[in-house]
Each structure stands twice: as C-alpha cells, then as structure tokens.
Design a binder for this molecule. Structure first.
Ligand code: BES
Ligand code: ZN
Length: 964
C-alpha cells in the first residue's frame, strides 16, 4: 500500500490528492511478472506420485464444518459466465469448478527445498505436500501459478492417473488410481522451476546499489493474499494451515532467512561455492505468511526479556539506520506479550528492509518485510513524521503476529479482522512506548476522518464483504477494512471499557490460537468478557454487515426540556437530484445500534444506546437552558452529528471565546462534521465558515490537520483563477497567528514538531510572505551546501523546486538517484513533483514509464503528486490517458493501483466537463480491480459539481466579506 512512505498530512497547496492514504492494495505497485509459464505439455506428461503415509493417525482435526460457509455474510451467488465450464489447458474439462479448494483436503506439512540462483535468476525446487483427506476421494486440487512442474518421484502405493491444469484459477487437479481414505496421511512430491522476475509478488528479484554504485541482487517474497502459489505449489487458502520445513541452497557469499531460525548449515556436494541452510520447522501457519529472503545484508540484534531474538536486517550501507527500529521492536514486543497475555511463540523475529517492496510492510510470521522507508530512520536527517511512521508500521506488523498470524481469519471476507485490528493496535502499541506522542489523540484525524469521508458514498462497501476471486481480495485492502475496521473497534472499546475489551481479546486469542476465526468469534469472546450482559454481535453486525454510517440528529422537543435523538444514513449524495439513491437492501435497513455519548454546556456527560427500535427518535431530558450540546464525545463514535442551527451557533460562539473547553478530538470532529454536512447539503455553508474563524487561536495538531484538509478541498474545488488567490488569502489569515507562534526553529514536543511541519508547509503553500521568503533562504542554504533541520527539508525542497530553475530540479534529481537514506530519497522524489515548469513535469511523468528512473513501487506516488500540483493536474490526466494501456498492463488487471491512480487523479474534478471526460474515457476502458474506485471517483465528482453549483458563489462572497 502506498503505500505511503509516511502517513502524509495534507498541506494546503498539495491538497487532498496528495494525502496518500496507507490504503492501497499491495498490488497497486505491481508489474506483471514474466515468469516462465508452465508448459502444458510438460505438465501433462509428468507423473506425480502419491504415497500413502506411515502415519495413519486418525487425528481428528476439528474441521467438521466446511470452513467456506460464512457465518456473517450471505454470499450472493456470483455469476461467472467465463467459468461456466472450466476447460483445462489440454482441452479437457477441468473437473473442479470452484475458485475455492475442496474442503475435504487438509494439508499437514510441507517439506520445501529451494535453490535460487541470483545470477541466472533460475529457481529450482522440490516440494512434498503432506496432507490428509476428511472424505474418501480419488482426487485433490491445489494451487500453482506460473510454475513449471518438471519431475516425478517414486510411487509407493497410489498412482497418479491424471493431472490437469486450470490457470484461470491457478489450480492443479490430480487424480489417483485408487481412493485416498480419511485418517491416513498422504504426500505428493513435485519438482518445479521458474524464473525470478521483478514482479513484487511471489518469490521475486529486488536490486539495490552499494556505496561503490554496483548493483546488488536479492531474492525475496511477498505472498499475501494469494501469491504463495507463485513460489511453490501449495494449498493457498488462509484456513489451510500447515507446518513448513524449509531448506534453501544458495551462493556461499549470501545469507538466507526464513520464518524460523537456521537449524543446520551444510556444504553442497560437488559445489564448493554453495551452501545449504536448513531451518527449523515452523508452527502451523497459513501459506500467505511464509517468507524467505536470500541476500547479502547485515544485521543488528538484541534479545527481549522473554528471550526472543529480534534482528533488524538491511543492506550494509543502511544498517546504521536500523537502531531505532530495533529499539521499538523490542519494547513493543515486550508490551504486546503483556497486553495479549500470550508470549510471542517463535524463537526469533526478523525485520528486514527490502529495496523494492509494493506494500508498506508485511507481517510474515517471524520474518517481517518492510519497505525501506517503513523501517529505517536516521536521526538528524529523517523527519519526526517519518519516525512516527516507522514506529507505527512496526507496531502494526507486530500486532499481526498475534492477531492474524496466531489467530487467522478463516477466509478473506473477514480481512478486516486482521487489518482493522492491527490498525487499531498500532495506536496502543506506539502509545505505550512513546507516551508523549499523543498517538491516541491523533486517531481521529488519521483514522476516523478518512473513513467517514469515503464511507459517505453510495459506492462504499460493508466491512465484511464476500470475496472469492484473487482480484477482489486485493481490492479490499482499503480504507474500509483498515480505517473503518479500527474505528469500530475503538468505538466498541469505549463502549465496553478498556478492560473488558482486553479481556475479551485474550479469550479470543486463547481459544483460537494456531487456528482460524470469523468475525462472530470475536463478538462471542467479547460478549463472554461482559459476562453476556451485552449482545455484542447484535450491535456490531449493524456496523460490519452494511456500508455507511449514521447521522445522529439532536432536535429540541417544542415546549419541553426534552431533546430527541434520531438517526439516518449520512450520504454526500443524499440531496443530489439525479444521483441514484437506491441502495442495496440490508437486513438493518441502514440503521445502526449506536452508542451515543455527548455532553452539554453544563459539563454533564450522557450516554445512550440508540437502536433501530427508536424509530421516532430517542428522547432525553436535558433540563432547562441547554446552550449547546457536543455530540460524539471525544470522537469515539463512528458517526456524524447534526444539531439545530441555534445550537451550531452557540457552539461556534463557544469555540470563538474558549475553544479549549473541547478536547482536540472534539474540535477536529466538529470542524469535520460542519464541513461534511454542508457539502452534503444538510447544513448552511455559513456554519463551517463562521466556525473556521476560531482557527486563528487553534494551536493543536489534530483540529488543524482536519481543517486544512477542508480548506484544501475548497481550493481544489473552486481554485481556478481569481478565486484561488481569494482562498489563499483566507487561509493566510487563519494561519498567520499559529505560524508566528510556532516559528521556524526546530524545537518542542513531538506533536509540536508535527504541527510545525504542517503549518509551515501550509503557510508556504498559501504564500504567506514571511514563509515564502524564509523557505527561499533555506533553499539557498541547501544549495550552498549547508545542512538544514530534518523537519524542514521536505517543505523547503518543495518550495525551492517550485520556484527554482531546471538546474535546481536536475541537481535534486541527481541527489534522489544517489542518496542512501530512504526517507530522504522519498522526500526528494516528492519535491521533484513541485515544479511549475510543465516541460519538466511532462518529463517526470515519462520517467514513471521507466523502471530505472522511478521504481515501480513509487510510480503511483509520483503520478498522484504531480496531479495535485496545479500546474500538473491537466498534464497528469492527459498523460495517464495517453499511456493507459501501458499502466494497465504493467500493474495488471488485479491491481488496486489502477483504482488509486483513477481516484488520485480525478476526485478533485468539479465540472461537468471533467465528469464527461472521465466517464467517456473509461467507458471504453478496462479498469480491472479499479472498478469500485472508478464508481467512487465519479460519485465524488458529482458531489463536487453539486457543491459548486449550490455554494461556490455564496462561499466566495462570504470570504470576500471576511477579508474586508
Ligand atoms: N498485511 C498488510 C500488507 C498487505 C497490504 C498485504 C496489502 C497485501 C495487500 C500489512 O499488515 C499492512 O497492512 N501494511 C500496511 C502498513 C500499516 C502500518 C498500515 C502497509 O503496507 O501500508
Ligand atoms: Zn496489516
């Protein structure tokens, strides 16, 4: 996913586009691999043998129920016309007709030997799949993709009479002459080979340059969700856990790593330059969590109190940047052992920096792979933002070691269990080791707000979503699974209490460890933790099984001290004529069970559970003289709040006189609700604008982050010509005071540093005179070879490039190509998109078509950042259309990147003309996994057009008056 190298705050100028969410699919940066495809003939003529095992143990494994029935979601019958009669590669009918594997085969363990050659790029392997069947059968089906199976082994008892291949579903079908019986153990031994490519998935090739500028190679893996099958034949579904016994043979000059430590190193007969590493057998685990790396890296290590060896592994010239990660990983692991009440079960944990990596990081059990910018940190060079990002990613992936690896979702429709949970745990994990970073306070702006924004579209989707096809699976690594998933866990935590939640999590982990679970299992464990006083499942189903969220409306009951609280679905398009508002029906009819917390000016806190039964609203007596109500206390709830206009006005008054009466999260959330409600046509546009006046005295990171996103939105939407300068002027006025009070000196707390970065960057973008001048001076200092504070580099480079010459751009480009500091490289890459020179931007756009200029992992970032530069918007849109086929084929039809590119380039469009262009261009185009993103983008453009039609003039007039 981005994967944003850092969770990026939005600067004013760069706008909402550049907020690279961390939500992307790993595939977004993939290129199609050119792996040697198994020759059909070859595959057919192989004889594979199956021998019955000595182990006729009748271990009755508790898989009585088929795991692919899904409790929570009723899977609609999906029509797959092209699959109606699957035809194998030899023209015969392929007898197994389901993307899912048969439920009667249980892998027990794999015995895998691999010999990757980093010079010829050939990989040879031998695998023994050891399995049982739970029903008598004379065939099995397993996965294999782009692997050529080359040879056979001895047949003991059974003979393979047929082997068929069905590449559309990555399946191999193997039929035996006699039936296999339940209770016995069988195995198949296959020899196979393929070529390493730079595809960023499966077992792939990555390269980097050493200090002498020589290219070095490594081979590494990324399997989630469905790429283990590209590295070795296997049963590639998460509920099919098995133990892995792995041996890797490679050049003596290299090292190899696997999920487990090395058990034995041996020589290879007749090959002096080779070495053979045999690893300890793994715990039972899902195939997507397997990982191995062959490389020449160096490592640093340390032991936790509970005796787990933690190692950080990186190229030699970068290992000095690994100390921070090691320290965080040790502390977070120790804390998690306490938090979950279960020790980390493996003897070691490796964190390895991979130079080409599509996602931000991947939680492989005991061998976590990271994009370099997610692991390496250089004090004095990397910024506070990148430090927080590194700590966050480490906390996220370590949380998966329990939630995801020890207990795994049964099927991908429950992906949110993994990702939502880890995204929530990040805040817990980092907060414990960095208590002064105010991580929990940042949750609202980094997690909740982006989810509320996206989930207000009719084209959103439920958290629990039926998926089958690998391409759909990739698509749900998105804001809904991550952000909404973690937001509803946080809401539940606040409702049940921290201790109940933690206790329930322990029950859940304890009960399902080394196994799989579904969403319902989590709710049951949490209900148990409440002593069954709460129907957790009943409540949470309303949040996971339907998309969207409620708008909670407070209305005063006439002639009474009572207030009515009611709910309705919040939609951006609710009031737009001509936008289809017919929504897929849900069991809950878009009503929710909502824990509503609020307080009033009297200081009294209230908590009520609003349920669908309260169809006429829920009535509470608030006593006399309520001046204002602040709904959704501290923003724990996943909903928006609406008040009568008079209450809004009193809130504004209170904000202007004493905003610190409200917590920063409350402030952020009121700002966000006001802007979002007005965008949806539910609230007079004057309310958010009047409210924004208080920002002059705002000094906190979270409300500023949210407010600047909305200002950027206004600028993006009406930012053509003279209106742009008006909006900038308005922004300057709001920013002035906080700008002056923060200054340019790098000092203060973690949050103050983050705020300074945000404010200075926004001030420069808004052309605040002093800010522009200071940035220019600092850029001159860089050119004179002086060092400037690490916090300032990103914005100073961007400002310098924006106003600089071709020479400035070229020297920055040279630095981008040579720096060995990943965080610096990332910031230079972004700074290069800041130029106003369209010829240069055009050239940079072209670089994204050439891997040697922009790594495939970074293509998306460059395209989207150029597009959010006003000088580049039209260019980027034209360029992407012109080379659409190239991007599409290079990222692949299953790639979520395509969706991200579509969204990143078009969601700020706001005219009928733009809309027609987008619609007509994509009408003829294949978008693959980007389908939903395209629907969302089109819906967003319609929202924007409507907003402009109704409010643009009024808002501009308001700003003009404000500026008088
Ligand atoms: N399991 C994911 C990695 C992943 C992402 C696999 C997409 C397949 C598709 C991992 O745990 C993850 O979520 N990584 C995040 C970092 C995190 C801090 C949000 C990422 O890669 O951005
Ligand atoms: Zn994750």
């Amino acid at each position: 996913m981005d994967m944003s190298d850092e969770r990026d705050d939005v600067a004013f100028l760069t706008g909402s586009n550049s907020s690279e969410s961390r939500l992307y699919s790993k595939r977004d940066l993939y290129e199609r691999g050119h792996v040697a495809v198994c020759s059909h003939r070859q595959a057919l003529c192989i004889t594979v043998f199956v021998f019955s095992s000595i182990l006729a143990t009748a271990i009755s494994i508790a898989f009585i129920r088929p795991w692919n029935t899904c409790d929570a979601v009723v899977e609609p019958h999906e029509e797959e016309p092209e699959y109606l009669t699957p035809i194998a590669t030899n023209g015969e009918e392929f007898p197994w007709d389901d993307v899912r594997l048969p439920i009667f085969i249980r892998p027990i363990s794999y015995d895998l030997e691999l010999t990757p050659n980093l010079t010829t790029l050939e990989v040879r392997g031998i695998i023994k799949l050891i399995f049982q069947v739970t029903e008598e059968t004379d065939y099995i089906v397993f996965h294999s993709k782009n692997i050529s199976i080359t040879s056979k082994t001895i047949n003991e008892k059974l003979k393979v009479v047929k082997i068929l291949e069905y590449p559309a579903r990555d399946q191999l079908y193997l039929e035996t002459d006699q039936p296999m019986r339940p209770g016995r153990t069988y195995s198949i031994r296959l020899k196979f080979e393929y070529i390493l490519t730079q595809s960023l998935e499966g077992f792939y090739l990555s390269t980097y340059k050493d200090n002498e500028g020589n290219e070095r190679r490594l081979a590494t893996t990324h399997f989630e969700p469905t790429s283990a099958r590209r590295a070795f034949p296997c049963f590639d579904e998460p509920q099919l856990k098995a133990k892995f016994l792995v041996t890797i043979t490679h050049d003596r000059s290299l090292k190899s790593f696997f999920n487990m430590p090395i058990k034995e190193v041996s020589d290879v007969r007749g090959k002096k330059d080779q070495i053979r590493n045999e690893f300890y057998e793994s715990a039972p685990m899902s195939s997507y969590l397997v990982a191995f790396v062959v490389c020449d890296f160096k490592l640093i290590k340390k032991r936790t109190k509970s005796n787990v060896t933690i190692r950080v592994i990186a190229p030699e010239n970068k290992i000095s940047q690994a100390d921070f990660a090691l320290d965080q990983a040790i502390k977070i692991t120790e804390n998690y052992e306490r938090f979950f009440g279960i020790d980390y079960p493996l003897p070691k944990q490796d964190l390895i920096a991979i130079p080409d990596f599509a996602a931000g990081a991947m939680e492989n059990w005991g061998l976590i792979t990271y994009r370099e910018t997610s692991l390496l940190f250089t004090p004095g060079v990397s910024s506070t933002k990148s430090k927080q990002w590194v700590a966050t990613v480490i906390a996220h992936e370590l949380a998966h070691q329990w939630f995801g690896n020890l207990v795994t979702m049964r099927w991908w429709n429950d992906l949110w269990l993994n990702e939502g949970f880890a995204s929530w745990m990040e805040y817990q994990g980092v907060d414990e080791v960095q208590p002064d970073w105010n991580m929990k306070g940042q949750f609202w702006s980094t997690v909740v707000q982006p989810a509320l924004e996206e989930d207000a579209l009719q084209s959103s989707h439920p958290i629990s979503v039926p998926v089958k096809d690998p391409r759909d699976i990739e698509g749900i690594f998105d804001i809904i699974s991550y952000n909404k998933g973690s937001a509803i866990i946080r809401m539940l935590e606040n409702f049940l209490g921290e201790h109940v939640l933690r206790f329930g999590l322990r029950l859940y982990l304890e009960k399902h460890k080394y196994g799989n679970a579904v969403t319902k299992d989590l709710w049951l464990a949490l209900a148990q933790a409440t002593n069954y006083t709460h129907d957790v499942e009943g409540m949470m189903n309303t949040w996971t099984l339907q998309m969207g969220y409620p708008l909670i409306t407070f209305t005063k009951v006439a002639n009474s001290t009572s207030w009515n609280i009611s709910q309705s679905r919040f939609l951006y398009t609710g009031k737009i004529e001509g936008v289809n508002t017919s929504m897929p029906a849900t069991r809950f009819n878009y009503t929710w069970i909502v824990p509503v917390k609020f307080y009033t000016d009297s200081g009294k806190q209230y908590q009520h559970l609003i349920t669908p039964k309260d169809s006429n609203g829920y009535s509470v007596d608030l006593g006399e003289d309520v001046k204002w109500i602040k709904g959704n206390s501290d923003g724990y709830g996943y909903y928006r709040v609406q008040y009568p206009e008079q209450t809004w006005n009193s809130l504004i008054q209170e904000f202007i006189t004493n905003h610190t009466k409200f917590s920063p999260s409350d402030r952020a959330q009121i700002i966000d609700d006001a802007f979002a409600l007005s965008k949806a046509g539910e609230l007079d546009y004057k309310i958010p604008l009047e409210l924004s006046k208080y920002l002059k005295s705002e000094r906190d990171l979270v409300p500023w982050t949210v407010a600047l996103r909305h200002l950027a939105d206004l600028k993006d939407l009406f930012g053509e010509g003279s209106q742009r300068s008006l909006i900038l002027q308005y922004a300057r006025k709001l920013l002035e005071d906080v700008y002056t009070s923060l200054g340019w000196e790098d000092k203060g707390s973690h949050n103050e540093r983050l705020l300074r970065f945000l404010i200075l960057r926004s001030a420069v973008d808004a052309k605040l005179e002093d800010a522009t001048k200071t940035a220019a001076n600092l850029y001159q200092q860089i050119k004179d070879g002086k060092n400037i504070s690490s916090e300032l580099q990103e914005l100073v480079y961007c400002a310098g490039i924006e106003n600089g010459t071709l020479q400035d751009w070229e020297s920055t480009l040279a630095k981008y190509h040579t720096t060995q500091i990943p965080s610096e490289r990332a910031l230079l890459m972004k700074a290069l998109t800041c130029t106003r020179d369209t010829l240069i931007l055009q050239q940079y756009l072209h670089f994204t078509l050439d891997k040697s200029k922009v790594r495939s992992q970074d293509v998306r970032t460059v395209l989207i950042n150029i597009s959010s530069n006003p000088s580049g918007t039209a260019l980027a849109w034209r360029h992407v259309r012109r080379y659409w086929e190239r991007y599409y084929t290079s990222f692949g039809e299953g790639s979520f990147t395509i969706g991200l590119i579509i969204k990143g380039l078009t969601t700020s469009f706001s005219t009928q003309f733009d809309l027609e262009q987008v619609e007509s261009f994509f009408k003829e185009k294949e978008v693959g996994a980007g389908k939903q993103a395209l629907t969302q983008a089109v819906e967003m453009i319609k929202v924007n057009i409507n907003f402009r039609d109704n409010y643009e003039e009024k808002i501009i007039t308001w700003i003009q008056e404000f500026l008088l």
